[in-house]
Design a protein around this ligand. Structure first.
Ligand code: ADP
Ligand code: MG
Length: 376
């Protein structure tokens, strides 16, 4: 994480507040949250940190160790730019719309969460910034309000139609716990991770530039299917409804993924609570097949990464995690074997593709897992 000096070097004065929030990995339940369904994320040791100091005027200056530019704007005059600054602007716009009293500030961001890897660097940034602003301006914001404001920023300001999972996971998650979330009611049920559970998370490093548009298309297909079936959201569809098959292609497959995935999350929550890693692994494998064949959000390289993990005898199951079209995979092992599996799978993937995957879990060190790379 960053040193105090970086803020000083940039802005010529000391920071007043430091806050952070974790990235998350969704164990199972992808593309269910915007359908009113169930998800099962847990937090990562990798975090996004913000440093802040108040200003007397209404200017906001923002810098990130993961980006080359220092950007600024005027509070109350937020306007979408298409850059990372939109996440910052979205947060202040959401606070102002909620009648929260803030002034301008200087901001420095640094993160060890892979950016754009399906591990929710976006929500980690939103939640860290809201926590920092809460401290800086003594705002009364509980964790649920933080999640709701962060979600509003991403959907309404940044303009990505995401569900609420990421913001709840980053705001309410704790190490060692999975969160079973009913995204319709926003009821959260913590489930302790069994001590013998090993999680392997590997970021494929595949750019997901087109992800937000693909995401939009999938979301549109789900809404179209729900409307055709006369339900509010796909959560409300019964898997054996005969009308599903009569929908135009590819809607029956999209519905099958969402309905099946919701059931798998319920089953996985039970398996996790019972410490049944073998059952959990089978659900992971089924989920990946469904993401690949029915929801069609995987890529050949992701399938390869998953197949390499599944082929390891110490792995109970593996799947693509997150929105897809790139991003990371998550696999289940016994905790003692996780580091060996992660190293072997990453090496085999590199040998076959020349891509440089990043091992996110098990993390050797919670920081410095990623070079300070620069993307647009
Ligand atoms: P994910 O949340 O899966 O990492 P997203 O596409 O939802 O991927 O969010 C990634 C975007 O969030 C980046 O392109 C950038 O605009 C913003 N972002 C996330 N982390 C940072 C950071 N540390 N510094 C600057 N921008 C960031
Ligand atoms: Mg995101």
């Amino acid at each position: 994480m960053i040193e105090r000096d970086e803020f000083m070097a940039l802005y010529g004065r000391p920071r007043q507040v430091v806050a952070s929030a974790p990235g998350r990995v969704n164990l199972i339940g992808d593309h269910t949250d915007y359908n009113g369904g169930f998800v099962l994320p847990t937090v990562l040791p990798q975090r996004t940190q913000v440093q802040l100091a108040r200003r007397d005027d209404r200017r906001v200056r923002a810098a990130s160790a993961q980006r080359p530019d220092v950007l600024d704007y005027e509070l109350g005059a937020e306007a979408r730019t298409g850059s990372w600054l939109d996440y910052v602007q979205g947060i202040t716009a959401a606070l102002l719309a909620d009648q929260r009293s803030i002034t301008g500030f200087d901001l420095h961001i640094d993160s060890t969460v892979p950016v754009g890897g399906g591990l929710s660097s976006s929500a980690a940034l939103e939640v860290a910034l809201l926590r920092g602003l809460r401290d800086l301006f003594s705002l009364a914001l509980d964790d649920d309000v933080v999640a709701a404001l962060a979600h509003r920023a991403e959907v309404e300001f940044v303009g990505v139609p995401v569900g609420i999972m990421d913001q709840i996971a980053c705001s309410r998650g704790h190490p060692g716990l999975a969160l079973f979330i009913d995204t319709r009611t926003r009821v959260v049920e913590p489930i302790p991770l069994p001590p013998d559970l090993g999680l392997v998370v590997i970021d494929s490093g595949l750019p997901h530039d087109l992800a937000s548009n693909n995401y939009r298309v999938r979301r549109g297909e789900c809404e179209q299917a729900a409307a055709a079936l006369g339900v509010r959201q796909l959560r409300d569809v019964a898997g054996d409804d005969p009308r599903i098959a009569a929908l135009p292609d590819p809607l029956p497959r999209r519905v099958r993924h969402v309905v099946g995935e919701n059931q798998r999350v319920l089953d996985a929550a039970r398996a996790l609570a019972a410490g049944d890693l073998a059952r959990l692994g089978r659900l992971f494998d089924e989920s990946h097949r469904s993401m690949r064949d029915d929801f069609e959000v995987s890529l050949p390289e992701i399938d390869l990464l998953v197949a390499l993990a599944q082929a390891d005898e110490a792995v109970f199951g593996a799947r693509l995690t997150g929105g897809g079209f790139g991003g990371a995979v998550v696999a289940i092992t016994e905790s003692a074997g996780a580091a060996r599996v992660a190293g072997d799978v990453a090496a085999a993937y590199h040998a076959k593709t020349s891509r440089r995957p990043m091992i996110v879990l098990p993390s050797l060190r919670a920081s410095a897992t990623r070079p300070k790379d620069v993307e647009s």
